[in-house]
Design a protein around this ligand. Structure first.
Ligand code: IPM
Ligand code: MN
Length: 350
């Protein structure tokens, strides 16, 4: 029997209950397709921090590297100052494990309500490749004379040739595996001339290595407009860390909201971490109201990454079959409890 050791970080708020449903569905897939998932749970998150002052001990960070994947629920606690947990857990792991790709599919499943007029599943099926270790997230900058009227705050976008190259290469390679083979670079070459000058040059050069991929460029502001007006134009979008963060929330709402949107923080040569892209939604904690689909789809991406492509497809099919039976994708309005959604999807996989 194939076995996978997976680190489980349920985290805060609705993290534990949605990840519990994800586990349920993945285990059902394991039974059906002949593999076992050995979970190792870490109690990282707001509660541990409030109790012990620990956010992410170095020893845990080291241990995380020894797993085949990491499955994370949500991070963010109402009694902890914003930034401490996000930076200390999520961003720290992305950097320490060099998870340089954040892969976020924007796919509208049949039966899911879409806020875009006249757009359906045939129009919304693309994937965003977000650079995940550089840009404005690199922590470069500082401040002078803080808390005075003479305060100076600097926060710089770091773009290295190495970082840009490996991200673009991943995106080009991904584009070759898709039916439409189209790759759009999303940037801001008209203003951020240094940063996106580099991105655009490397993008152009690399395009000649991938003659089967059609390439395109759009500024980030226009990208937002096209994602609403003509989402069918997109197949694979590649962009930097900050723009990727922003456009994927916009994309998420076009695919039914944060209750559905999942992503993978990928190190193509190492351990990767899978998570719903939404937050911990503290007000719904423990009420059986949260939508576990994002967690289940994050699990589906994890199975694919582990090499269980057939099981991953089965999970996606199960999700697709149950979604139309849900009244809505919003928390508390699903017409089903969190567990019922997980149960139905697990049943469909078995
Ligand atoms: C995301 C989140 C994080 C990010 C936050 C919580 C640090 O918004 O995964 O998109 O900005 O990357
Ligand atoms: Mn975000």
């Amino acid at each position: 029997m194939r076995e996978y050791n997976v680190a489980l970080i349920p985290g805060d708020g609705i993290g534990p209950e949605t990840i519990r449903e994800g586990k349920k569905v993945l285990e059902a897939a394991g039974e059906r397709y002949g593999f076992r998932l050995n979970w190792h749970t870490y109690d990282l998150g707001g509660e541990r921090y409030l109790k012990t002052g620990e956010v992410m001990p170095d020893s845990v960070l080291e241990e995380l590297k020894s797993f085949q994947a990491i499955y994370l629920g949500a991070i963010g606690h109402p009694r902890v100052k914003p930034g401490i947990l996000e930076q200390g857990i999520l961003l720290k792991t992305r950097f320490a494990l060099d998870l340089y790709i954040n892969l976020r599919p924007i796919k509208l499943f049949p039966g899911v309500e879409c806020p875009l007029k006249d757009k359906g599943p045939e129009h919304i099926d693309y994937i965003v490749v977000r650079e995940n270790t550089e840009g404005l997230y690199a922590g470069s900058g500082g401040c002078l004379r803080q808390n005075t009227v003479h305060e100076v705050a600097l926060q710089e976008s770091v773009n290295t040739y190495m970082g840009v190259e490996r991200c673009l290469r991943f995106a080009f390679e991904l584009a070759t595996t898709r039916a439409r083979r189209k790759l759009t670079l999303c940037g801001k070459t008209n203003v951020l001339t240094y940063a996106f000058g580099l991105w655009e040059r490397v993008f152009r050069d690399m395009a000649s290595e991938f003659p089967s991929v059609e390439t395109d460029y759009t500024h980030v502001d226009a990208t937002c407009m096209w994602m609403i007006k003509s989402p069918e134009w997109f197949d694979v979008i590649v962009t930097d860390n900050m723009f990727g963060d922003i456009i994927t929330d916009l994309g998420a709402i076009t695919q039914g909201g944060l209750g559905i949107a999942a992503g993978g923080n990928i190190n193509p040569h190492g351990v990767s971490m899978f998570e719903p892209i939404g937050g911990s939604a503290p007000k719904y904690t423990g009420q059986e109201k949260a939508n576990p689909v994002a967690a289940i789809l994050a699990g589906q991406m994890m199975l694919d990454n582990l090499g269980e492509a057939e099981a991953a497809r089965a999970v996606e099919d199960a999700v697709a079959r149950v979604l139309p039976r849900m009244a809505s994708q919003s928390a508390g309005r699903m017409g089903m409890t969190t567990s019922q959604v997980g149960d139905s999807m697990a049943r469909e996989v078995s």
